[in-house]
Design a protein around this ligand. Sequence first.
Ligand code: URA
Length: 240
Amino acid sequence: MERLQKVLAHDGVASRRQSEKLIMSGRVRVNGTVVTELGTKVGVHDKIVVDGVPVTTEAPVYIMLYKPRRIISTANDEKGRKTVVDLVEGIPQRIYPVGRLDYDTAGLLLLTNDGELANRLTHPKYEVEKTYIAKVNGIPSNEAMKALRQGMTVDGETYAPAKGKIVSVDDKKKTAIVSLAIHEGKNHQVKKMLDAVGLPVEKLKREQYGFLTLKGLNAGESRHLKPEEVKELRRLTGLI
Ligand code: URA
């Protein structure tokens, strides 16, 4: 048996705090009866309904995908294009990506049906470090690397300091490989930060998500997270 607000959060209805508000405002029924008591415990056979909509409890599933370029990160595409979810086969549960990678960005993407963990992983308070490898146009100057490490404001959007390293430089082609580790997940953040220091991104890949790496996977391949990996993500986001 679990506390009702925990079950609602886990099933992705709302955050735990918002779920408590839903319960207290009388919008949640358990087996047909409105429940406003926060301590209420529910089991797998209890029928939970929020605003008349049944909440389905599925076995949680956690997948790591090596997203290839030219695939969109949303669960559904109105234009009917193939999505990251289409790449993960044989999962009966409805899973969705944790955050997004751009259409032309490759790399590590998590997919899950665990709404609470997904919410926490993308919440600024808990956001884990994500490491990107970028091929950039131009040779990074010391000033550029310093600016990345100090953080910056671009078009009114503030980006926190990043850990930036030059991996290699091609003097002939005037390109470089730069590694950038960030905690936030703002729209096009890595491209915008590098662009702002005069290093437009030609190619981008997310190599690491917290302690998780793409080791053993090729582009388009996926695997289930190991129980200890899920536990570590739960620990990092304050769920245990
Ligand atoms: N930053 C970007 O610019 N693009 C991504 O896909 C991820 C981070």
